[in-house]
Design a protein around this ligand. Structure first.
Ligand SMILES: Cc1ncc(COP(=O)(O)O)c(C=O)c1O
Length: 441
């Protein structure tokens, strides 16, 4: 594959402005300069399908699809058509609009745990709403979260349990406990250490690893035995593993769950869903003490809700869930073959569900390494591929997967040559990428 001639005049100018005015230069840490090598495009101008163009007109194939939100493709016309229709009718009103009930009904039909629904704008709104409700329902203060989940919410109860604790009071930090996925004993231990004090267990029901030995069923039973709520964070898995969420696929129904990301093809909608017994506490008709659940000015924004209805209908109509699984499978197989053909198997590992592939990059010592990741990103970007992570979407067709695999094969060859020559670090032009969750810059 030829390397692209990447000229970044406008990119540099506009990125300097963004960095001068916006802390981190972006509104999501995973979009920041520290996440990408020096040759990455800095400012995106537009997208269509699985292609994006930067502000200098350079074209890239996008494997990340905007943090997993744009599940049907950039500027997907059936969703845009539904949005345009709502825009002309007004976008927010002093009382609920008809479309809120329409999406709520659709979600209740699709998601096993959904008897009632409350909308937000971000996955964090829905996840933290669920935690609040669990604390209110149980009258308990501790939250147990899965240690392997990379992210659940921007709020203090979660961020205080990461390495970036600055700004989160120690009292708050101490209220979030951690358990290990697929390790029921680690959950039992928390119950033994904090009897009658844990409000909820929250986790991504499936992420990269399969639930083993009935872990989720057993965790639900354990929670119920201890009067604790089970919350599934389906912000990523929802509308991707299955239209009814991972809970539908695996057949375990939590008490509450949170959806976001892919539910509106990039428009901002999230949903806290759950059983009536809990959700009704956020309402205005019960006789108990009130719970201030989610209440947001923009939660009922009509065009985002219309985008979600259109997105869900298109996923159904196009049988898109099957497409996500198949596209991911083709990519994973292509990468494994490319690694075998170049003899670079020891520099990349491919794992996880095909609908959510995971990659790790290793250096010449065999360790997973940011140097190896940087070199991989640098070499794929040089050939026109953006793949900081992979979210298979409906717009990824065979030719896009073939293109991605060809770019990756070249990148693996460069990694192998560097590893066997002067070392991977010497082949990097500029900075080494860093993890988002680190204590210091
Ligand atoms: C599993 C998971 N839950 C929750 C969130 C929070 O979603 P949002 O960024 O929309 O608040 C994320 C975001 O990446 C996530 O990956």
């Amino acid at each position: 594959m030829n390397k692209k001639k990447l000229i970044y005049t406008e990119n540099i100018k506009l990125s300097e402005r963004a960095n001068r005015l916006i802390p981190g230069g972006a509104h999501t840490y995973s979009k920041g300069d520290d996440q990408f090598p020096a040759n990455a495009p800095k400012i995106i101008d537009r997208g269509s399908g699985c292609k994006v163009w930067d502000v200098d007109g350079n074209e890239f194939t996008d494997m990340a699809m905007s943090l997993g939100t744009v599940i049907m493709g950039h500027a997907y016309e059936p969703v845009l058509e539904a949005v345009r229709k709502e825009l002309n009718r007004g976008v927010n009103f002093l009382r609920p609009s008809v479309i809120e009930g329409e999406l709520a009904e659709l979600l209740v039909d699709l998601i096993p745990s959904a008897e009632m629904v409350k909308f937000g704008k971000h996955g964090s709104d829905a996840v933290t709403g669920a935690v609040k409700l669990a604390r209110a329902y149980t009258g308990r203060k501790y939250v147990a979260r899965c240690a392997e989940d990379a992210f659940n919410a921007i709020h203090d109860w979660f961020i205080g349990s990461t390495v970036i604790t600055r700004g989160v009071p120690e009292e708050i930090q101490s209220l979030t406990l951690k358990f290990t996925y697929n390790d029921l004993a680690s959950c039992e231990k928390l119950f033994a250490q904090h009897p009658g004090e844990i409000a909820c267990f929250i986790l991504e029901p499936i992420s990269f690893v399969e639930p083993a030995d009935g872990f989720l069923e057993k965790l639900k039973m354990l929670c119920e035995k201890n009067g604790t709520l089970l919350i599934f964070d389906e912000v990523v898995s929802g509308f991707r593993f299955d239209l009814g969420g991972a809970q539908k696929m695996i057949g375990v129904t939590p008490h509450l769950s949170a959806f976001g990301k892919a539910m509106a093809n990039g428009f901002s909608v999230s949903a806290l869903v759950g059983q009536k017994e809990f959700m009704r506490l956020g309402g205005i008709t019960h006789e108990q003490e009130r719970v201030f659940l989610l209440s947001t000015t923009h939660g009922g924004e009509t065009h985002s809700i219309a985008a979600s209805i259109a997105c869900i209908n298109e996923i159904k109509k196009q049988n898109a869930i099957k497409h996500f699984w198949d596209a991911g499978k083709a990519l994973m197989e292509g990468i494994k073959n490319a690694a075998a053909e170049t003899g670079a198997e020891k520099y990349i590992s491919v794992s996880g569900y095909t609908v959510k592939p995971a990659f790790a990059f290793k250096d010449e010592t065999g360790e997973v390494s940011m140097v190896a990741r940087t070199l991989f990103l640098q070499e794929t970007i040089a050939r026109g591929l953006l793949m900081p992570y992979v979210v298979p979407c409906f717009a990824h067709k065979k030719e896009d997967i073939d293109f991605a695999v060809a770019c990756i094969k070249d990148a693996l060859q460069v990694m192998k040559d560097a590893a066997e020559g002067s070392g991977m670090a010497a082949a990097i032009e500029g900075r080494i990428v860093k993890p988002v969750f680190r204590k210091f810059n």
